[in-house]
Design a protein around this ligand. Structure first.
Ligand code: MG
Length: 239
């Protein structure tokens, strides 16, 4: 059998290129995951974009593009009822999101009228924030629901006034090739460390969303539903 051999000068060049790639770290980067600092429990990890660290609202604007008007006191962001929803200045697509929130300690109202707010990915798809502790409402309206679409698997709620955490993995729906259909995205949600949404499909926007239509990126929105819900430690990792 006649096997063609590489000419000697080609072998020499491949060796030089291989050495150069190794020296520049191009080869090693393919073989081992990137190392990051996970930070303290609850994060933020070193590669996260911090959206609220307890100090200011520089990453946010209001629903008219002006300065965010919710209140920041002692490291806590509080919904200021009547001032409108808040949006991040940056837009996001696939992401991992961490949000901590607390319903008002002074319990008022019932059902959807008690400690209601919401975390809207891309200003469209709401993971419901609600004081669901000792409170009754429709299943897909509870805390941890993909509002109006999927009820949480369980309700691992803490008492009103206590901090609770959402860890959300979101992949947005994408426009189909025909420009009319939608390729579903997905939500996976942990509520206080407990799985409440298990890779559920995301198709259309939620009721009371700010925008409609499948897009690659959109702003994160926090909802003013008229109740002084608290937020802290909000960070995101684009995926
Ligand atoms: Mg809501």
């Amino acid at each position: 059998m006649n096997i063609p051999l590489r000419p000697p000068h080609a072998c020499a060049w491949m060796t030089v290129l291989s050495l150069l790639a190794t020296t520049l770290g191009l080869v090693a980067a393919d073989t081992e995951p990137r190392r990051i600092d996970p930070g303290p429990p609850g994060g933020p990890p070193s590669d996260a974009l911090v959206l609220f660290d307890g100090h200011d609202l520089s990453q946010w604007h209001n629903d008219r593009g002006g300065e965010a008007r919710w209140t920041v006191t002692d490291g806590i962001l509080e919904v200021k009822p009547g001032t409108g929803n808040m949006f991040t200045k940056q837009e996001f697509g696939d992401c991992q999101l961490h949000v901590e929130w607390a319903a008002p300690a002074a319990v008022q109202g019932d059902g959807q009228g008690r400690g209601n707010s919401g975390v809207y990915l891309q200003g469209r798809y709401e993971i419901q924030v609600l004081d669901s502790y000792n409170n009754h409402t429709y299943a897909d309206g509870h805390a941890g629901a993909f509002y109006g679409n999927f009820a949480p698997l369980v309700l691992p709620c803490r008492r009103p006034g206590e901090w609770q955490a959402y860890d959300i993995i979101f992949h947005p729906p994408k426009p189909g090739a025909d420009g009319q259909s939608v390729i579903p995205g997905s939500f996976t949600v942990f509520f206080n460390g407990v799985l409440v949404q298990d890779h559920i499909p995301v198709k259309g926007a939620t009721t009371a969303s700010a925008y409609h239509g499948a897009v690659p990126k959109g702003p994160l929105m926090l909802q003013d539903h008229g109740h002084p819900v608290h937020y802290r430690n909000i960070w995101i990792r684009p995926l």
